[in-house]
Every structure is written in structure tokens, then in C-alpha cells.
Design a protein around this ligand. Sequence first.
Ligand SMILES: CCCCCCCC/C=C\CCCCCCCC(=O)SCCNC(=O)CCNC(=O)[C@H](O)C(C)(C)COP(=O)(O)OP(=O)(O)OC[C@H]1O[C@@H](n2cnc3c(N)ncnc32)[C@H](O)[C@@H]1OP(=O)(O)O
Length: 240
Amino acid sequence: MFRCSVRLIKGLTQITWLQEQPVLPNLLYRRSVPAAYLPSRALRVTWPCAEEVKDFSLTNPSWSPNMRNLYNKYMELSQQESWKRLPSYNATATHLIEQYPDSAKPQVTTRLFTRNLDVEDLGFEYVMFYNQAEQRTVCSFQAGPYLESPIGFAHGGAIAAIVDTTSGACTICTVGKVKTANLNINYRSPITLGSTVEVQCRVDKIEGRKIFLSTEIRSVNSQVLHAEATALFIQMKMSE
Ligand SMILES: CCCCCCCC/C=C\CCCCCCCC(=O)SCCNC(=O)CCNC(=O)[C@H](O)C(C)(C)COP(=O)(O)OP(=O)(O)OC[C@H]1O[C@@H](n2cnc3c(N)ncnc32)[C@H](O)[C@@H]1OP(=O)(O)O
């Protein structure tokens, strides 16, 4: 009973903290997760247990010096320019939690694909920053050993996931809720597992509900081009 109360108080403290985080107004999906998306068996409930509401885009001990350097560079730029670090939770619903009245906080039973491991270091380690004035997102990405495809290198699907995430976040920050309609990737040079790369994404043009973006993944010294991509996102209709 005592343990439960402590967990509840910790959880509420964390939620209050979450609600105080700066949020761009048009970012968030307005609907709760449709029932059809929910798994048939109960998974972890992430609210109001504080330990589940973790911001994964803050430094952790698994981050390499390159990962930390990029993080520090954009954190410094966030002080002077219009870059903003995007918080990153392990479920879309957790990003949305502030929209729910206290009486109707959702049970979070799904997970974002790129945040589906509990252990740090093994999968996707990444942090994204958004520049509103330039409609750009940058992502520092460290590819963990569980993303392997050819021996020692990252899987093309994992690279596609990080491109989709970086360009998706850029689009959501720019226009609100969207879906990916098209993603084209040219893989130019393999990404070594454990290495850190910089993903740079920008909105090229917006035509009605269509948002066109381009992305490049480069080594941290910019010398190696690992992949280049274009994406088309479609803005959801008001009714969706
Ligand atoms: C403090 C908070 C901070 C938060 C920060 C953010 C962090 C958030 C957390 C993490 C970020 C993660 C972000 C990840 C994002 C990933 C998103 C996905 O992966 S979505 C899953 C994969 N995609 C699908 O499953 C779509 C399946 N397709 C569809 O649902 C539909 O086809 C859809 C919605 C794409 C379009 O359907 P329609 O009915 O709305 O629209 P129609 O009329 O068909 O098309 C509109 C226009 O677009 C063109 N169009 C549509 N699809 C096209 C295509 N594939 N290629 C070219 N044109 C296409 C059409 O020709 C039309 O053009 P004309 O207006 O006539 O000029």
C-alpha cells in the first residue's frame, strides 16, 4: 500500500513535469488510440507510474562521445537560435498525455517502433532537434547492435525508420498530424553498428496537404554520405 502510494505520487510529479515541457501547439494528434490498435493482452500501463514516463532523448551512459558532442552542439544552439530539443517518449499516447483530462488518462499499451527496447544502447539511440524558422530537423543517431543486418552494419529498414521518424517529426512540428505516403532512400555507404551519424532533414515544399521533404544521413564529420532520401507526407484532414 505504502509502495503503491509512493509510486502514485512519483507518477503525478512526473506528469506535472511533463505538462510543463514546452510544446509546439499544432504538434499533437487529437484522437486517442483506436480500440483496433490495442493488443489483445494487457501490456504495461505507463500512467501514472513515473518510471515509465522517461524522456529518451536525454543523454544516457550508452551514448558515445560523438553522440554527446552532437547533443551538446544543438543544446548550445537551442540557447541562441530557434533550435528546440524534441522530447521523446516510448509511446505516441505519452506524447499526448497532456491533452487528456485527469479523469480520462489513457492506459498506454502500445510502443513507438523506435523506442521499443527497455535496455539502453542496443537499438535506436537518438535525439532530435527542430528549427521552426528553417523547417528543419536534425537527429543524432547511434545505431545499436540489435539493428544488425549485414555483419557489423545497420539494417536498411532501421535506417528507413530513423529517416521516417526524423522527417515525420519535422512535418508534425511544421503542419501538425500527418501520415507517410512515400519514402525513397538511396543507401550510399553502410552505417557501422555503434557509430553515430547525423540525420539532416528539411521541408522542401508544401502543396496543399502534401509536404515534401529531403533527408541526408552523414558521418559526424560530414565527410561520408550514408544515405539520402525524399519523403512525401500527407496532412490529415480536419475530421481525422
Ligand atoms: C512535445 C511533443 C513533441 C513531439 C514531437 C514529435 C515527436 C513525435 C514522436 C515521434 C515522431 C514519429 C513520427 C513518425 C511519423 C511516421 C508516420 C508514419 O509512419 S504513418 C505510417 C505509414 N503510412 C501509412 O500507413 C499511410 C497509408 N496511406 C494512407 O493512409 C493514405 O493513402 C494517405 C493518408 C497517405 C493519403 O490518403 P488521403 O485520402 O488522405 O489523401 P489522397 O486524396 O489519397 O491524397 C492526397 C494527395 O496526395 C497524393 N498522394 C497520396 N499518396 C501518394 C503517394 N504515395 N505518392 C504520391 N502522391 C500521393 C494524392 O495524389 C493527392 O494529390 P492531389 O491533392 O490530388 O494533388
